[in-house]
Design a protein around this ligand. Structure first.
Ligand code: PLP
Length: 368
């Protein structure tokens, strides 16, 4: 049996008439930038999350960059961000002219350790970025309390957390900003690059909208310089057609995750994902920690099963951050995770049979 890591074609075929109609309507309008679908999607996504404002952007990385810039983060400022994440949550700090300060993550939940953040706060710290990594809710309520007590901004990286929730609150609604990506393989994915920023604050929303559109709210009204990072009409149309399915797709991810956990429980050599009590996990990725990880990955590959490693190097160990002169032991959990984690195939279109086969092959590996 072949089990690819992801299958975007199956999802497309399941909703083909709606997608084809959406693309065709957007094409026929010839309003490729700032077409009606952009605002329609912004309103629909904000309503879905229960947040006051949503601004479409070019991609998730730009969402983080625009949020930092709108908060006035710049040279001389430090921003604390997880040592175990995708590079967007640190490179955007540098892009603002500020200084990225890494903090360690919890070794089981993968979310930022507030104790370690506390140890790394200095008088120059202006903001904290939490990442709802793999779809796990990153304790936004506690992070918000922490940030409020120290007068710091809180940004939520929600690129992997569409409809992740803490109690009744969706990820992205508790920080000053929630930053989303609609990269094609995310839980809500466009057919190209796309992103959004959400916020409860009207003034901050206006700042992001201005910055993302050359500093102008309306044509030629350049109060400041800005950037060009807009959600385009075709992508907005595709996202509008997909949005009504997001909750059901997440439910399917969740039941597949349960099935994985039931079948893999009891294998001593692996640690299964946890779900923080009181939260809803979006299961963007199903990440195990495995003994002999590399050999397991190779074995699964030989059995027709594609897996990925998120991430093979923690951020502080990347050549890009060598200048910070960190040692692996500065972030013990992040450093350990890079050689333990393995992402198994998990997407709504994965069949039960495919999942059962993956579990069978993992069991076979540890029995050899
Ligand atoms: C995907 C991702 C991003 C960046 O999104 P792009 O749209 O690819 O720029 C940022 N942070 C995390 C955690 C991501 O997974």
């Amino acid at each position: 049996m072949e089990v690819p890591f992801i299958n975007l074609e199956r999802q497309y075929l399941a909703i083909k008439p709606a997608i084809d109609r959406a693309i065709n309507d957007a094409l026929q309008s010839f309003q490729f930038i700032r077409g009606a679908q952009v605002e329609q999607f912004e309103l629909a996504f904000a309503r879905k999350l229960g947040v006051a404002h949503c601004i479409g952007t070019g991609n998730g990385t730009d969402s983080l960059f625009l949020a930092l810039r709108a908060l006035g983060i710049g040279p001389g400022n430090e921003v604390i961000t997880p040592a175990f994440s995708w590079i967007s949550s640190s490179e955007t700090i540098t892009a603002c002219g500020a200084h990225p300060v890494f903090a360690d993550v919890d070794g089981r939940s993968y979310t930022l350790s507030l104790e370690d953040v506390e140890a790394r706060v200095t008088p120059r710290t202006r903001a904290v970025i939490i990442v709802h990594l793999f779809g796990q809710a990153a304790n936004a309520t506690a992070a918000r309390r922490f940030c409020e007590s120290r007068n710091l901004f809180l940004i939520e990286d929600c690129a992997q957390a569409h409809l992740t929730a803490e109690g009744p609150k969706y990820a992205g609604t508790l920080g000053d900003f929630g930053c989303f990506s609609f990269y094609p393989t995310k839980n809500l994915g466009a057919y190209g690059d796309a992103g959004a920023v959400v916020t409860q604050d009207e003034a901050l929303a206006r700042k992001v909208r201005r910055l993302a559109n050359h500093g102008a709210m309306e044509k030629d009204d350049h109060k400041t310089e800005g950037f060009n990072s807009r959600l385009d009409t075709l992508q907005a149309a595709i996202l509008l057609a997909k949005l009504p399915h997001l909750a059901a797709w997440n439910d399917r991810r969740s039941s597949l995750a349960k099935r994985y956990i039931e079948q893999l429980r009891g294998i001593e050599e692996i640690a299964l994902p946890t779900v923080t009590p009181g939260t809803t996990h979006s299961f963007h990725q199903f990440v195990i920690q495995a003994k002999n990880r590399n050999a397991l990955k190779e074995w699964l590959h030989s059995q027709g099963i594609q897996t990925l490693i998120h991430f093979p190097q923690a951020l502080h160990n990347l050549p890009a951050y060598r200048y910070l002169n960190h040692h692996p032991e500065d972030f013990p959990n992040a450093s350990r995770l890079q050689s333990a984690v393995l992402s198994l195939p998990l997407y709504p279109e994965l069949t039960d049979d495919q999942l059962d086969y993956v579990c069978d092959r993992i069991r076979a590996f540890y029995k050899r």
